[in-house]
Write a protein that binds this ligand. Structure first.
Ligand code: IPE
Ligand code: IPE
Ligand code: MG
Length: 233
């Protein structure tokens, strides 16, 4: 196979650096989130139209991000709802699948219903599968999986890795092959703690609002140069 044709099946992105992008411009942090949400749209479109990547999982809001100032949290929630409304209108045309992952029980009833509608509406799409992680925490996901299994009557003394995997928010999806983190920090910040076991980790100083198709291409080129061993030789 032509090396240029090797794509990660699943890319996950920690979209970090919105606040610093805005602060550098003497703008409120909120302005960085607005531009960052546009970056997300264009990166998703780029992957859908120009690559063979099958899954894109983005970290939009963590279980820890509630500790931010209320006006910043409100703005992120406003942008989420705006994106959801827009998705309802454009999903079918774009042929993308869209799931919201995280502890969604925290959201108001109407938001949860819209998330479910989007999920159902896009189920038959054959293009890129996008997961937007909101109120997501990797540890919270594992705890919720274990609790669900206990409720379902599993014998917890015989639990297997496959059974835990099947109770995560990402059930049925392949693990991420590459995790990209923008914004210069080199940590996972509670993202995909279980699924990241063998992911290639790509860190870039680029702040998320500045991330573009060119940056995606650089990350894909770097990925092609990795030798994945999965513990073998
Ligand atoms: C990432 O950007 C977006 C969210 C966490 C919601 P930040 O808001 O964390 O940006 P920095 O890291 O403060 O620059
Ligand atoms: C991770 O970024 C969460 C998201 C991108 C949604 P943070 O900015 O919250 O992570 P820390 O606090 O720098 O580890
Ligand atoms: Mg940050």
């Amino acid at each position: 196979m032509d090396n240029q044709e090797i794509f990660p099946r699943h890319i996950a992105i920690i979209m970090d650096g919105n606040g610093r992008w805005a602060q550098k411009r003497l703008l409120p942090r909120k302005a960085g989130h607005a531009v960052g949400s546009e970056t997300f749209r264009s990166v998703a479109d780029y992957l859908n139209l120009h690559t063979k990547v099958e899954y894109l999982t983005v970290y939009a809001f963590s279980t820890e991000n509630w500790s931010r100032p209320k006006d910043e949290v409100d703005e992120i929630m406003r942008l989420l709802r705006k994106y959801m409304d827009e998705a309802c209108r454009t999903l079918l045309e774009k042929n993308v699948k869209l799931h919201f992952l995280g502890d969604l029980s925290i959201f108001p009833e109407d938001v949860r219903r819209e998330m479910e509608d989007i999920h159902a509406l896009s189920e038959k799409a054959t293009g890129l599968h996008i997961n937007v992680c909101v109120n997501y925490g990797g540890r919270n996901e594992i705890v919720n999986a274990v609790r669900a299994m206990a409720r379902e009557g599993y014998d917890m003394t015989k639990v297997t890795e496959e059974e835990i995997t099947a109770h995560l928010y990402t059930v049925g999806q392949p693990d991420p092959d590459m995790i990209i983190r923008t914004g210069a920090e080199k940590r996972l910040s509670n993202f995909l703690m279980w699924q990241s076991s063998y992911a290639e980790l790509y860190f870039t100083d680029t702040l998320w609002p500045d991330f573009s198709g060119k940056d995606i291409e650089e990350a894909l080129a770097w990925f092609r140069g990795r030798k994945r061993r999965f513990g073998g030789v």
